[in-house]
Design a protein around this ligand. Structure first.
Ligand code: 5AD
Length: 364
């Protein structure tokens, strides 16, 4: 059968070493089921060799939906007036983080809309310090690992938060294409400023995560290949990427302007596999957006080479208000239900949760 022959030829090329541009393009574009399975298996094999079967958890605390940015794709953009805005108190943030630590999540992500005012930057510093103090224990002598995901900030602010005890930062590039970036954002938000932030985070010593949205209006396969090369060249320690999903009160369209849901999910899974093959040692997240397009989207992400999951740990009271895109799953589950369902989901794909560990990859 020719299909099997093409699968075998592809397997041989994938085993040869990190994929070049041409192979990355083939990984993203093939429509042959046997080739897709060959790609998935190669990515899973690379994952198991480099990380074993461990899945690392980061409890996700979305502590504020106030935002001074106006990203055209995002549901919490500043100019969306049809949204109640909230910011958790310091006590609520620490409580959510302590809950994560008690459940054995060795790491958390503090995520919020982007703000640069002193009230906000001080809240983040205070939260990092208080969480460290509250979660120190014999199993976690330095408290939970803290990742911040609060957008573009000055180098001084990044330095202040690093000194407070945050050691990882997640800042998605959104796209490595300057033209596409410009189409996604207002003129005040620039591609070069985003890049500069990633560089200063690296220089300061953060473990840096970045990522892109997949299936954006106007995005080509070559743009996605460029994104993968960008991840390598910037020295990313972690990648969090997922399909683009339109939001009813955002400006950027969905519908006919983007590939259908099944195509975007497939493309996102292929991007995970390609990133794993290109960068075997880094952490790669199976993101919530995958689950929006298919109930088992995140498990599929794990099967295609991801090794990080960010369980929802935002208090129920405000969870509905942090809707970056339509159809976000698990909005009603209590955090406890969510954690139980997660364990079952992870073991259903033959993987196991690593508890009480920061879960950083070795320096590369
Ligand atoms: N679809 C998918 N992902 C989105 N994000 C924001 N809006 C959307 C959307 N409509 C992602 C961005 C951002 C992260 C916090 O959420 O990539 O960096």
């Amino acid at each position: 059968m020719t299909a099997t022959v093409s699968g075998e030829a592809l397997a041989a090329r994938l085993a040869f070493g990190p994929p070049d541009r041409e192979l990355l393009r083939q990984i993203l574009s093939t429509q042959q089921p046997d080739e897709i399975e060959t790609i998935r298996r190669a990515a899973e094999q690379t994952l198991l060799e480099n990380h074993g079967d461990a899945v690392r958890l980061r409890g996700l605390i979305e502590f504020s939906n106030r935002c001074s940015s106006d990203c055209r794709y995002c549901g919490i953009r500043r100019s969306n007036r049809q949204l109640d805005r909230y910011t958790l108190t310091l006590g609520e943030i620490v409580e959510a983080a302590s809950w994560c630590a008690q459940r054995g999540y060795g790491s958390i992500v503090l995520q919020a809309g982007e703000r640069r005012d002193a009230k906000f930057t001080r809240l983040v510093s205070a939260a990092v310090r208080a969480i460290k103090a509250a979660t120190e224990s014999p199993t976690l002598p330095r408290g939970v690992g803290i990742t911040l995901c609060v957008g573009e900030q000055s180098a001084d602010t990044y330095a202040e938060w690093f000194a407070a005890g945050a050691h990882r930062y997640l800042l998605r590039m959104e796209t490595s294409s300057p033209e596409l970036f410009a189409a996604l954002h207002p003129p005040s938000q620039t591609w070069s400023s985003r890049l500069q932030c990633l560089k200063s985070l690296k220089t300061l010593g953060y473990r840096v995560g970045t990522g892109v949205m997949i299936g954006l209006p106007g995005q080509s396969l070559d743009d996605l290949v460029d994104d993968l090369i960008f991840f390598r060249d910037i020295g990313a320690d972690m990648i969090g990427m997922g399909p683009y999903i339109a939001h009813e009160h955002a400006v950027l369209p969905g519908g006919a302007a983007i590939p259908d849901g099944a195509t975007r999910l497939q493309l996102a899974l292929r991007m995970i596999a390609a990133a794993r093959l290109l960068l075997p040692r880094i952490n790669i997240a199976a993101t919530t957006a995958l689950q929006t397009l298919a109930p088992d989207g995140r498990e599929q992400g794990l099967r295609f080479g991801a090794n990080v999951i960010m369980p929802q740990a935002t208090p129920n009271r405000v969870r509905r208000l942090y809707t970056l895109y339509d159809g976000k799953p698990c909005l009603d589950d209590s955090a406890k239900q969510y954690a139980a369902c997660l364990e079952t989901r992870i073991s259903s794909v033959g993987r196991r949760i690593i508890s009480n560990d920061w879960g950083d990859p070795a320096k590369h």
